[in-house]
Design a protein around this ligand. Structure first.
Ligand SMILES: N=[N+]=NCCCCNC(=O)[C@@H]1[C@H]2[C@H](O)[C@@H](O)[C@H](O)[C@@H](CO)[C@@H]12
Length: 446
């Protein structure tokens, strides 16, 4: 057993998202979002759950920040609900909605916690969806105007900004699989949404540079699943490469860093890319300060001529979380190391990593040993990645609080803090207490 230290000033934190924790979605003049609509449409969410109350963070944010301080968190990643700021997506500003985030940021700074803002974590103003949403090219301007307003209002106190959370999930789970808002099932729309998110992201980055925020850093947060070939056959290796370049960070970083989509995306999926997409690549190719990596699990990919991508996902038979995702810490290292090797970002943050388990309260405590084991194994891989040259500057566990897990509603618990949804009582789980020690020592014994 040896003690491994993380770099000095490593930013240990926790992450959340507005629709998943805030509740009060229409309070104080806020507009409706596509997730308010989607969750209120019968059949979309398990048990008919909605984000109407969630973890009631909109009203309990001071209590939650006190919990963050008690655990010794250095940073807190949260998202802004666009419809609280612009109830109709653009035009009229909602002062009370802006006040909430002003107060949230001030309370975080008062507690000595570094804010890390995500501008978009899926709750698009519903009125913009009525105009086509992310499938409308004009959204690049709508998003950049919203982003610029946030830079002007919070840029004096917030240095770290991420434009989009998991644009792959927005595009494909929301517009091809139909399991997330807005519930579409059209592959051409999914690729158009991919492309317009890139245009919107880079337009917002240019607005960020114009805002000239002292010590400001802006990036993008990308979902990732570690895809390994099921066998050493060339067919399986190609299928795994296609899955990686479409499903993970390359789909977005290749345009941002190199001004084009990845080779396998152009080879296998060119038919679905927007017509003349390359004309936008000059504006999409815009330097960023960091890449945010979300990682949960990995799988094997086997050649499958019947699949549009030429491959299908295969399980390894490893232990799984409550989401049915296999626990594969090695994949965390592969994603982090692959990112640094393929794109050499100036900085990397793990913006989400965590696990859902069947947490139970026993005598007022939650002994979530499986989550501690999951986190420990992933921290070991993060440390190995840093040793091997990955410019990893921080880690945000998903999630601070148990929350609304999208189509699964409240049936899946990811928090290091337990939320009793009947009473809104919070209980710091054993994992939250264990994480506090890791942060305090900035080290891991393994
Ligand atoms: N590449 N790829 N493939 C897609 C893999 C999607 C896996 N789910 C996520 O990443 C979501 C992310 C989300 O930010 C958060 O809002 C969710 O609560 C967590 C937990 O579900 C994770």
């Amino acid at each position: 057993m040896s003690t491994k230290y993380f770099p000095k000033d490593f930013l240990w934190g926790a992450a959340t998202a507005s629709y998943q924790i805030e509740g009060s979605p229409l309070a104080d003049g806020a507009g409706s979002s596509i997730w308010h609509r989607f969750s209120h449409t019968p059949g979309n969410i398990l048990n008919g759950d909605t984000g109407d109350v969630a973890a009631d963070h909109y009203r309990r944010y001071k209590e939650d920040i006190a919990l963050m301080k008690e655990m010794g968190l250095k940073g807190y990643r949260f998202s802004i609900a666009w419809p609280r700021i612009y109830p109709y997506g653009k035009g009229k500003i909602n002062v009370k909605g802006m006040d909430f985030y002003d107060r949230l940021v001030d309370e975080l700074l008062e507690a000595g916690i570094t804010p890390f803002i995500t501008l978009y974590h899926w709750d698009l103003p519903a009125t913009l969806q009525d105009l086509g949403g992310w499938a409308n090219r004009d959204i690049a301007c709508w998003f950049a105007d919203y982003a610029d307003y946030m830079f002007q209002r919070l840029g004096d106190r917030v240095e770290n900004w991420s434009t989009l959370n998991e644009p792959w999930v927005v595009a494909f789970v929301g517009h091809l699989f139909g399991e997330h808002a807005p519930g579409m099932k059209d592959i051409y729309s999914a690729f158009l949404v991919t492309h317009n998110q890139l245009r919107a992201h880079s337009k917002a980055v240019r607005a960020f540079r114009e805002a000239n925020i002292a010590n400001g850093k802006i990036g993008i947060t990308l979902s990732n699943t570690s895809h390994d070939p099921a066998t050493d056959s060339m067919e399986d290796k190609i299928a795994a490469k296609v899955a990686h370049e479409w499903n993970n960070y390359p789909l977005f970083l290749h345009p941002i860093y190199y001004g084009d989509y990845p080779d396998t995306v152009k080879e296998f999926l060119k038919e679905y890319l927007p017509k003349n997409y390359y004309k936008d690549m000059e504006e999409i190719k815009e330097e960023i300060d960091f890449v945010g990596i979300n990682y949960y699990s990995g799988d094997l990919v086997k050649f499958d001529p019947d699949s549009p991508l030429g491959g299908k996902s295969v399980k390894r038979g490893l232990p799984k979380t409550e989401m049915g995702w296999e626990i594969y810490p090695e994949g965390f290292y592969k994603i982090l190391k692959g990112l640094q090797d393929e794109y050499n970002p100036k900085e990397v943050y793990v913006t989400e990593n965590g696990a859902a388990f069947d947490d139970k309260v026993e005598n007022g405590e939650v002994h979530d040993h499986k989550r501690i084991d999951y986190l420990k194994k992933h921290f070991e891989m993060a440390h190995k990645a840093i040793e091997d040259g990955v410019k990893l500057k921080g880690y945000f566990v998903w999630s601070l609080l148990d929350n609304f897990e999208w189509a699964f509603g409240y049936s899946k618990r990811f928090g290091i803090v337990y939320v009793d949804y009947n009473t809104q009582k919070r209980i710091i789980k054993d994992s939250g207490k264990w994480y506090s020690q890791i942060i305090k020592n900035n080290s891991l014994d393994f």
